[in-house]
Design a protein around this ligand. Structure first.
Ligand code: FEO
Ligand code: CA
Ligand code: CA
Length: 638
């Protein structure tokens, strides 16, 4: 689809501020406290750079200066000439709790107790909360899921409560302190901020669904406390200095009910579902035949205060229940918070939450209820490049008790059904969302090979390719500010390889070919970074041969040019990116190197596809964070 970039320069930046633009008032808000006097060293850079890295004005001139990296199938991380990549914090690294430093054992023999104080598996969303001059700070990141074939010495050949506990400990979120010296970054151990949040960590449930009958279980008759967070995929940050992590494919952890009702079927909680993680065999709350409401307590965005290791994470039900992918924050013209989130499943939706109240000066404490009150809406993309946000408010339109939405709590537990009712647009798997300095909001639609198949929705204006194996990036700009209820939209890029002959895989890319966009992030200079995840897509092998391993590309939103910046090791996906406030250090997560099509490795042959990053004769591939710097110390991307 032809793309007209000429309208981008004269953006309505002043009337449509992104999180970048509000860095000044937000900086003051964060600086004015709420985080505690003892953490003074963390405050200044949080305001200056932690808000998506907003320290610098939008760059003038060409954004991309590096020489493009060729596609590759090498088992390594490749970066442009003049750049270096360093691996830190791979799975199993002790996070730095005082006196708890169990070394990683490359044969998978670490205990569950060890794993509870080590980096989890499958790094995903990430953010750097800078400290001092920005050369140290907190890295907070998701651990999306676990590969039991790598996690245990003998994989799943035997199964036990200890293995379930270890798998649960390999999930969740890590908070680590990192620091740079001489261009090399290290994990600081011990650290007062080090923390592991796992699938067993006590958390609070807040917002309209808290305490709802559908949220109550035998272990939690009040419906306000839950253990753990699951399948934490993309992430976001707030102007008050907290981390938002998203619960994506949580359904896979539950054994389905014997006679699923309509609600359970809509969420693919089906009889005979294998619950392949086998947690239910030793942790009965994951057996929905016995605890039918437990799945309702997952699928939320979870807010974490990384500056208080003792804080209780909070599931924010006002943001809706979904297979959440991303929670990207913008700010309205009058200072309220907006959270954009996609739902990564075929024919699911894109959401926007607008808070009722304004962001208060301070930190988490001052804004502890901000994400509990507001309006959730779902996107409808119409023809002619126009769209509308449809409010999901109980009692409005068809969202009535008669239609299964007795109150707002029930509506939020059934967010998908509410979106079906209001006629939202069924998208091609919405993954990460990013907001640029011009107020454009980008969403990666990774692929959807079912688009246009028999009995499935056909193409529409926003999802224009049947058998969409390569995916696309859509973007929109709100009328007025981010609180707007209408928007203009277009396609930023239809991914694919121009040499492909099949129309659906051909793509329209101004630059280097790629497929299956997943991670999106806008840096302080305005570069849109695109990360790919072709590993589980339904692409034809012939279509993707030239694309090589999964990659990270840099796009100039002003010209549409896209250049390949990084190629990951074999079998990985590249997901999650963040930078220091000075823009000279980039952190990128490499997830599941060596993953097999089944997503479970063979413990007898764990290095079959990849041995990254250790490349030791004995060992296992490990998800890790890669630190990328320009050898001359310059801005990353130039
Ligand atoms: Fe966890 Fe949709 O990526
Ligand atoms: Ca993803
Ligand atoms: Ca993906």
């Amino acid at each position: 689809m032809a793309k007209d970039f000429s309208t981008m320069e004269d953006s309505n930046r002043s009337s449509n501020p992104s999180i970048h633009d509000v860095s000044e008032p937000s900086r003051r808000m964060v600086l004015r406290g709420g985080l505690g006097m003892a953490m003074t060293g963390l405050l200044a850079p949080l305001g200056a750079g932690a808000l998506s890295g907003c320290a610098m004005p939008l760059a003038a001139g060409p954004l991309l200066g590096f020489k493009s990296v060729a596609a590759s199938v090498a088992d390594t991380v490749t970066v442009p000439v003049g750049y270096s990549a360093q691996v830190i914090a791979p799975w199993g690294t002790p996070v730095g709790l005082l006196g708890q430093d169990p070394a990683f054992r490359p044969d998978g023999s670490n205990s569950a107790a060890d794993q509870e104080v080590q980096m989890g598996m499958h790094h995903d969303g990430i953010h750097f909360f800078a400290q001092g001059a920005g050369q140290s700070g907190l890295l907070v990141m998701n651990h999306e899921y676990a590969d039991d074939g790598l996690l245990h010495a003998d994989g799943m050949a035997t199964w036990s409560a200890e293995k379930v506990r270890k798998a649960q400990a390999a999930h969740g979120v890590s908070v680590i302190e990192v620091a740079q010296s001489g261009g090399q970054w290290q994990v600081v151990r011990p650290s007062r901020w080090a923390r592991r949040i796992t699938a067993s960590t006590p958390m609070a449930i807040s917002g309209p669904a808290a305490g709802h009958a559908m949220m109550k279980t035998a272990a939690d008759p009040g419906g306000r406390r839950v253990l753990g967070t699951l399948n934490n995929c993309a992430s976001g940050i707030t102007p008050w200095g907290t981390y938002l992590t998203c619960e994506e494919n949580f359904i896979r952890y539950f054994k389905g009910p014997d006679a699923p009702n309509a609600h359970e079927r809509r969420w693919s909680l089906l009889k005979g579902e294998p619950a392949g993680y086998r947690w239910h065999e030793h942790d009965e709350r994951f057996d929905a035949t016995r605890h039918p409401n437990e799945p309702n307590r997952f699928g939320w965005v979870v807010e974490i205060d990384p500056f208080d290791p003792g804080s209780v994470p909070v599931k924010r039900t006002a943001l809706g229940r979904a297979a959440h992918e991303g929670a990207t924050v913008a700010v309205t013209r009058d200072g309220r918070a907006v959270v954009y989130s996609g739902e990564d499943a075929r024919f699911e939706y894109i959401y926007k939450f607008v808070s009722r109240d304004r962001i208060k000066p301070g930190g988490f404490r001052e804004n502890a209820q901000l994400l509990d009150h507001g309006t959730l809406s779902v996107a409808r993309f119409d023809g002619g490049g126009r769209g509308q946000w449809l409010p999901l408010v109980q009692g409005q339109g068809d969202l009535t008790s008669a239609n299964g939405f007795a109150d707002q709590g029930e509506l939020l537990v059934k967010t998908r059904q509410a979106s079906d009712r209001v006629g939202a647009t069924k998208m091609d798997r919405p993954e990460w969302i990013a907001v640029d300095q011009q107020g454009w909001v980008y969403c990666a639609l990774t692929n959807n090979s079912n688009r246009g198949a028999a009995g499935q929705p056909g193409v529409d204006a926003a999802n224009p390719r049947a058998n969409n194996t390569m995916g696309h990036v859509i973007r929109w700009k709100e009328d007025g500010g981010f609180e707007g209820t209408n928007f203009q939209w277009d396609h930023f890029v239809l991914a694919g390889d121009p040499v492909n002959t099949r129309a659906e895989a051909k793509g329209q890319v101004n630059g280097d070919a790629f497929g299956a966009p997943d991670g999106l992030w806008v840096d302080a200079r305005g570069v849109l970074w695109i990360q790919t995840d072709m590993s589980t897509s339904a692409m034809g092998k012939g279509d993707m041969t030239r694309l090589g391993n999964n990659a990270m590309l840099a796009a100039d939103p002003r010209t549409g040019e896209i250049r390949r910046f990084l190629v990951g090791p074999v079998g990985c996906e590249v997901t999650g990116a963040t930078a220091t406030p000075d823009g000279r250090t980039l952190f990128v997560n490499i997830q599941h190197p060596g993953e097999t099509p089944s997503e479970r490795s063979d413990p007898a042959n764990p290095r079959r596809y990849s041995n990254w990053p250790d490349q030791q004769p004995a060992g296992r591939p490990r998800s890790a964070t890669v630190v990328i710097r320009k050898d001359d110390g310059g801005l990353v991307g130039t």
